[in-house]
Design a protein around this ligand. Structure first.
Ligand SMILES: NC(=O)c1ccc[n+]([C@@H]2O[C@H](COP(=O)([O-])OP(=O)(O)OC[C@H]3O[C@@H](n4cnc5c(N)ncnc54)[C@H](OP(=O)(O)O)[C@@H]3O)[C@@H](O)[C@H]2O)c1
Length: 348
C-alpha cells in the first residue's frame, strides 16, 4: 500500500475511486487548486490493480480500497459506489480520517452535513466525521435558488432536469457512444445503465421508479434541496430526464417566493452570488459552456405571465461543481474553519 509523497507539509489524503470520472477531475483540481497535500493515496477496486494514474505530471500507482488503506489519512474523498461508502466511510472515520463522500449513501442521515459551501457552510461545524456532497443536479439547482431565497424567501419550486450521461459515470458515456454507433448503422442494442436507449433520444426515467411513481433521482432532488436550504416544508416538484449530452446537467425551474421580486432584482441577486454566472437577455447557457467551468450558469430569467413566479434555467458541469469541485471546496472551507487541523491534531 503506497503513500505517494507530494509535498513537504500538508495533509495525507486518500481518494477512493481515483480511476473514475469524478476521481479524475478531483485529482486534476487537487493539483490545480494547490490543495496542501503531503501524501496522496489512490484507491479503486481490484480491477485497477497495476493501473497508473497521472497526478502533477507523475504517474502514480493505484491500490485497492480496504479499511487499512485509511491508516494515517487525515482526509478521504469517496467517489466510488454507494455501497463502498456505506461500508468503508465509517472505517475511515474510525481510523481518525475525515470523509467527504460523493455518493448518496449518507446525504440524508441526520448527523451528516450535506453541504454546498456557497450556500450552507455553517453546517460543516456540526460534522461527526462524514460530510456528504449533494447530488450533481441538486447542486446546480440550489446554487440558483439560494440567491433568490435570500431576497424573497421560497415557497415552491417546480423543476425539470436534463441530465448528461456522465452522471452515471464513465460507463454512462460509453453506453451513449455505443448506442450512437449502433443507431448510425441501423442496429438496435439493449440499454444497460439507462431505462431506454439514450442515443438521439430523451428518457424521462433517471434511476429506478419508487412505488409512488417518482424516480429515486426525483426523490433525491426534493429531499436534498430541502435539507441544504434548511426548508423542510418547501414544495419541490421534480421530473428528472436523461438526455444524450456527455457532460453538463441543466434544470428548468419555476420558482415561487414568499415575497415578490422583480426580474431585474432577481438577476442582480444571481449575478452577485459567488459561483453563479448570470446570463441576461438572449444569452442562453448550454452544457457546452460548462465543459471546463466550475461555475453554475443561470439564464432565461423571466416572469411567468399567469402566476407571477420566476422561471430560470441553470446549467452546471456535473463532474466539476456537481461533484469534484464541490467536494474540494468543502475540504478548503473546513481547512479555513480550522476543522481539518482539529482532526489532524487529534489523530496525532
Ligand atoms: N458522475 C457524476 O456526475 C457524479 C456526480 C455526483 C456524484 N457522483 C457520485 O460519485 C461517485 C463516483 O462516480 P463516477 O461517476 O466517478 O463513477 P465511475 O466513473 O463509474 O467510477 C467509479 C469509481 O469507483 C471505483 N469503484 C467501483 N467499485 C469499487 C469497489 N468495489 N472498490 C473500490 N473502488 C470501486 C472504480 O474503480 P475501478 O476503476 O477499479 O472500477 C472507479 O474508480 C458515485 O458515488 C456517484 O454516484 C457522480
Amino acid at each position: 500500500m503506497t503513500w505517494h509523497r507530494i509535498g513537504r507539509s500538508g495533509y495525507d489524503v486518500a481518494v477512493v475511486g481515483a480511476t473514475g470520472a469524478v476521481g479524475e477531475i478531483l485529482l486534476e483540481l487537487l493539483e490545480k487548486r494547490r490543495f496542501p497535500l503531503r501524501n496522496l493515496r489512490l484507491l479503486a477496486s481490484e480491477r485497477s490493480v497495476g493501473e497508473q494514474v497521472m497526478f502533477a505530471r507523475r504517474s502514480l500507482g493505484v491500490d485497492v480500497a480496504t479499511p487499512e488503506a485509511f491508516d494515517g489519512a487525515d482526509l478521504v474523498f469517496f467517489a466510488a459506489t454507494g455501497e463502498l461508502s456505506r461500508t468503508l466511510a465509517p472505517e475511515a472515520v474510525e481510523r481518525g480520517a475525515l470523509v467527504i463522500d460523493k455518493s448518496s449513501t449518507w446525504r440524508l442521515a441526520p448527523h451528516v452535513p450535506l453541504v454546498v459551501p456557497e450556500v450552507n457552510p455553517a453546517a460543516l461545524d456540526e460534522h461527526q466525521g462524514i460530510i456528504a456532497c449533494p447530488n450533481c443536479t441538486t447542486i446546480g439547482l440550489v446554487m440558483a435558488l439560494e440567491p433568490l431565497r435570500r431576497r424573497m424567501g421560497l415557497r415552491s419550486v417546480v423543476a425539470t432536469t436534463f441530465q448528461a450521461v456522465s452522471g452515471a459515470g464513465r460507463d454512462g458515456v460509453l453506453e451513449l457512444e455505443a448506442h450512437e454507433r449502433a443507431r448510425a448503422k441501423g442496429e438496435t442494442i439493449e440499454p444497460r445503465l439507462f431505462a431506454r436507449s439514450v442515443a438521439r433520444n430523451v428518457v424521462p426515467l433517471c434511476d429506478r421508479l419508487a412505488e409512488d411513481g417518482h424516480t429515486l433521482e426525483e426523490h433525491k432532488l426534493r429531499a436534498e434541496t430541502r435539507k441544504i436550504l434548511g426548508l423542510p416544508s418547501l414544495a419541490v416538484s421534480v421530473t428528472a430526464v436523461r438526455v444524450p449530452v456527455a457532460v453538463g446537467h441543466s434544470v428548468a425551474a419555476l420558482v415561487e417566493g414568499e415575497r415578490s421580486l422583480d426580474v431585474d432584482q432577481a438577476g442582480r441577486a444571481l449575478a452577485e452570488f459567488e459561483g453563479v454566472r448570470f446570463h441576461g437577455g438572449d444569452a442562453a447557457p448550454t452544457p457546452h459552456d460548462v465543459e471546463h467551468s466550475d461555475d453554475v450558469l443561470v439564464g432565461r430569467l423571466r416572469r411567468d405571465p399567469d402566476t407571477g413566479r420566476l422561471w430560470l434555467w441553470s446549467v452546471s458541469n456535473n463532474l466539476r461543481k456537481g461533484a469534484a469541485t464541490n467536494a474540494i471546496q468543502i475540504a478548503e472551507t473546513m481547512q479555513r474553519r480550522g476543522l481539518l487541523d482539529q482532526r489532524a491534531r487529534r489523530t496525532g
